[in-house]
Design a protein around this ligand. Structure first.
Ligand SMILES: [Zn+2]
Length: 515
């Protein structure tokens, strides 16, 4: 009895392996666009890496095999073989907060070079002021774009489109108009962005924000917010304001930071607020960029009563002294004039202290008489590395560049490479799997993108191939436009968008639609 069983087993086994040889590989396809062999798969979920081959047909991943396979290759044509031996194969990165004008810079090679296959626009309350926004998005799709684009609609832009502008209290009609444009736009955008530290968004009060949040929630989208005030002594209030909106919709803190806060304990306090909100049922997440300087318009240092040109012109005559002393305090609180580095002509590369020295003027007078609240942008060294790094390690905090191809700050060209180079390889603060999870599936989940961010059969083929030891974020504050190195192949929708430090002539990105 036993020997019959053994013989049967041998026969079955032999038949099995013979028939495996005869089966054509993936018989449903006559052509395979890419066969990526022998790679170490980090699939984006956070699970440990494993060895496998990946097959791409069209814009889709159609096979991921953990074992080597043999197949009848007379039945299928493999158009491109990629040997990924010794390299990591992972989903392309998703940048949760980016900037730029794709009509002007369609290739967006700064993003591709650091492994980003999906960027996001419409941030900080500001999207193109075109109604409907879909017209602009169609234009991008027609022209093409290097990485994919996930679009949000900006609250400040909605205010302008519905005739509210800088008014504190919109009329009932204006509010309804804004809510109806929002409701329409959310059919094809991923959510609403607010920029409550900027004009005109800063004029919005709780009633308005709650009404917006209801519409966002009804559409199952999210609110991404540049909060009202990122100064350390205002963080609690700013988060509380966002969490109020979290009663109606998913909420997300853009570029979480504490301006002039310090230390790990302070970071833990901030994380505790978010954790207890989550415990009470509010879906709140955040993202961060790995640099200690922010970058924005110089208006950030001006008081709320002189942010617009009109207000400023008045204040300059009527309250000059008050404005001067405000600016002196504000700049000193933000680590002094040497910590403001201008990134726009004619001051590019100079600090406010440099200008003060050069022109033999007090820095507050330079801000008032030479620059004004809308006259320049710059980097501000206002963050504490220990605090920011602790925030960055939290599992509910993702990664953004908050950068652009033309912004004078290294984050626009370095962010995602720096996460691998510094946090994974050099300092071992994050495992490779966890770092990649933050930059892929976590980001996809925040935005509500179902078919990207994980390497899995049936998902879109946004795939990157790299050796972590060779990844370099080369951009610096003095040389912010150096492209990142080390991402050998960056595939967008199943096509090579970036190949050995060169972008494809063709634009393979798509304007993404929410499910
Ligand atoms: Zn912002």
């Amino acid at each position: 009895m036993r020997s019959i069983l053994i013989i049967q087993t041998i026969i079955l086994f032999t038949l099995g392996s013979c028939s495996k040889e005869r089966i054509p590989f993936l018989p449903q396809f006559s052509e395979i666009d890419y066969l990526i062999k022998n790679g170490t798969i980090v699939d984006g979920t956070g699970r440990p890496s494993y060895l496998a081959d990946i097959v791409v047909v069209g814009d889709q991943i159609v096979y991921i095999g953990e074992e080597d396979f043999s197949y009848d290759d007379s039945k299928v044509r493999i158009k491109n073989n990629i040997d990924a031996k010794g390299k990591i194969v992972s989903p392309g990165f998703i940048d949760l907060h980016s900037h730029g004008d794709p009509l002007k810079y369609p290739h967006m090679q700064n993003f591709l070079a650091m492994g980003v296959t999906t960027m996001t626009l419409g941030m900080d309350g500001s999207s193109p002021e075109i109604n409907p926004l879909s017209l602009w998005m169609e234009e991008i799709d027609k022209q093409g774009i290097g990485p994919n684009l996930a679009m949000l609609i900006g609250h400040g832009s909605l205010r302008n489109l519905s005739g509210i502008g800088v008014k504190k209290n919109p009329t009932k009609e204006e509010l309804e108009k804004m809510l109806s444009i929002l409701n329409e736009s959310l059919k094809y955008t991923f959510g609403l962005s607010t920029g409550l530290e900027y004009s005109p968004g800063l004029n919005a009060e709780s009633h308005e924000l709650r009404n917006l949040a209801k519409v966002v929630g009804e559409n199952n989208r999210l609110i991404m917010s540049h909060m009202r005030n990122e100064d350390d002594d205002h963080i609690e209030d700013s988060i509380a304001e966002l969490l109020e909106q979290g009663e109606y919709a998913r909420v997300h803190i853009s570029h979480l930071k504490s301006v002039y806060g310090k230390g790990i304990d302070r970071a833990e306090e901030i994380l505790n607020i978010l954790n207890s909100a989550r415990d009470s049922g509010i879906d709140v997440t955040a993202e961060i960029y790995p640099y200690n300087a922010s970058y924005t318009g110089i208006g950030i240092v001006f008081p709320i009563w002189s942010k617009t040109q009109e207000e400023f012109n008045k204040v300059k005559l009527s309250k000059r002294e008050e404005l001067e002393s405000y600016l002196v305090n504000r700049i000193n609180q933000r680590n002094g004039p040497e910590s403001t580095l201008f990134g726009t002509a004619p001051y590019t590369g100079k600090t406010l202290a440099d200008l003060s020295h050069e022109k033999e003027m007090n820095f507050e007078d330079i801000l008032i008489d030479e620059i004004g609240p809308n006259g320049a942008s710059g980097a501000y060294f206002v963050m504490n590395e220990e605090l920011q790094d602790r925030l960055l390690l939290d599992p509910n905090i993702g990664i953004c560049s908050d950068g652009s191809i033309s912004g004078y700050h290294p984050r626009g060209h370095g962010t995602f490479a720096k996460i691998i180079e510094k946090y994974v390889v050099n300092e071992g603060m994050l495992s490779l799997e966890e770092a990649i999870r933050k930059m892929t599936s976590f980001a996809a989940k925040v935005l509500g993108i179902d078919d990207r961010g994980i390497l899995r059969e049936g998902m879109k083929a946004d795939i990157i191939i790299f050796n972590p030891d060779k990844v370099r974020a080369r951009a610096s504050y003095t040389d912010p436009f150096l492209l990142a190195e080390g991402f050998d192949i960056v595939m967008v929708n199943g096509r090579k968008a970036w190949d050995n430090q060169k972008h494809s002539d063709q634009l393979w990105g798509k304007v993404l639609k929410p499910n």
